[in-house]
Write a protein that binds this ligand. Structure first.
Ligand code: AMP
Length: 407
């Protein structure tokens, strides 16, 4: 079975093809046989297309186009033509899986896309104005290019949709509940994948474990996973809530926003820019949203970089503590995404202070690794796992599940 996965954003498209006839161990993510991306920020009036296949052939070219559907058609063309060709014909694709950012309260699981699902994604645009329009456009472009092929929506909010009311409700006026102003949570595809993988790695049933998953990338969020379900998370109504991130502030006193509006005349767009693009590691360090560069500057004695890292860790540990309280204990702690998979400094500093839970990191020099790894000491009461997130593979797996005939 050949499964195309598409992550359609407003400024980029990323796609890959899995060939399940080639895959071996079901619990391990296979390598896609083809990957491609479109970068719409490359230059005015142009899109940069990159593609590579499993054989190591690749292309990179700037195409004179601004129409997203046209760009996607060019991208899919690299599956069937040129050096990166891996298919004889696009009709070999059995299903397309889409990452869709917002599924609202309606979607607690992945779903086969039909007119009703598209209408729901459209209806939810006000809740995810930067993402759902691009996701919908990607679905419609695939319909145009590939015809009447099964398509599946895998929602980033779905894993959190069964959170208890006390975790999902904001303590504003009650009519917020009816308006849909609630904690939705994001990164759900990643949190769900790493929680399942963690259960597999520790050899226990997911439903029996209390797991805290830390997705620390450019965007950062935590999820508390109990009885196999997401029971609490740090991102909220939008992906701006919770932890300090690359360029996002995370939670701040809402009174600050009222102050800025009243005293400095800030508009909604200015606040959006400030909180989403000019805050977090970038805002405090004054240097970059890239953790590697901020750590490097800290090591060279840059005081703002040091404050940015101290703050990142402080906020992280504080939210970890909150979610451990929601879980009522902790069996497994998972680090994933760019920072979570690669930063021994963050592992050490995030875990410091949780020794009272019986958590102990391995005394040996902790190093990033290509494989998923357990970095806890053998006698630690909490396993600490570093797991490479595989969102694309999780989307492909959802496609397989939904396409299976009902027994
Ligand atoms: P992601 O959004 O998952 O691609 O993660 C991006 C973040 O991961 C950026 O802040 C990078 O600086 C960070 N990152 C990537 N590699 C490393 C590394 N070796 N050490 C620390 N942070 C890293």
């Amino acid at each position: 079975m050949k499964i195309l996965v598409l992550n359609a954003g407003s400024s980029s498209h990323k796609s890959c093809l899995f060939d399940l006839t080639q895959s071996s161990a079901a619990s391990l993510a296979p390598e896609p046989v083809w990957r491609a991306a479109l970068d719409w920020t490359h230059a005015a009036g142009q899109v940069e297309l990159t593609a590579q296949n499993q054989a190591g052939e690749s292309i990179k070219e700037a195409l004179p186009m601004t129409d997203k559907a046209e760009g996607l058609a060019a991208m899919l063309n690299t599956l069937v033509q040129g050096p990166t060709q891996v298919l004889g014909d696009l009709s070999e694709i059995a299903v397309v899986g889409h990452r869709v950012v917002h599924g609202g309260r309606d979607y607690m699981d992945s779903v086969r896309i039909d007119g009703q699902v598209k209408a729901a994604i459209r209806r939810l645009i006000p809740l995810a104005p930067a993402h759902n329009p691009a996701n919908l456009q990607g679905i419609e472009a695939m319909e145009q290019i590939l015809g009447n092929l099964p398509q599946v929506a895998v929602f980033d909010t779905a894993f959190h949709a069964r959170m208890p009311e006390a975790a999902s409700t904001y303590p504003g006026p009650y009519h917020w509940v009816e308006q849909g102003i609630r904690r939705y949570g994001f990164h759900g595809i990643s949190h769900q994948y790493v929680a399942q993988r963690a259960a597999h790695l520790v050899g226990q049933d997911l439903a029996q474990l209390k797991i805290l998953t830390c997705h620390l990338g450019n965007g950062c969020s935590l999820a508390a996973v109990k009885d196999g379900m997401g029971v609490d998370t740090t991102m909220g109504f939008t992906p701006l809530d919770g932890l300090m991130m690359g360029s996002r502030s995370g939670s701040v006193d809402p009174g600050i926003l009222i102050h800025l509006i009243r005293q400095e005349g800030y508009s909604a767009d200015q606040l959006d820019e400030l909180l989403n693009k000019q805050s977090g590691l970038k805002g405090i360090s004054g240097l970059s949203n890239d953790m590697r560069l901020v750590v490097e500057a800290m090591e060279q004695g840059h005081p703002q970089a040091k404050l940015a890292i101290d703050l990142f860790i402080h906020r992280l540990r504080r939210e970890m503590g909150g979610l451990i309280a929601s879980l009522g204990g902790l069996d497994v702690l998972v680090f994933t995404a760019g920072i979570g998979e690669n930063s021994p400094l963050v592992w050490r500093r995030a875990c410091a202070g949780f020794e009272f839970l019986g958590l102990q990191l391995n005394a040996e020099d902790l190093k990033r690794a290509k494989e998923d790894q357990d970095i806890a000491a053998p006698n630690s009461a909490v396993r600490v796992l570093v797991i490479h997130t595989q969102e694309e593979w999780a989307i492909a797996q959802a496609c397989v599940t939904l396409l299976q005939p009902v027994a």
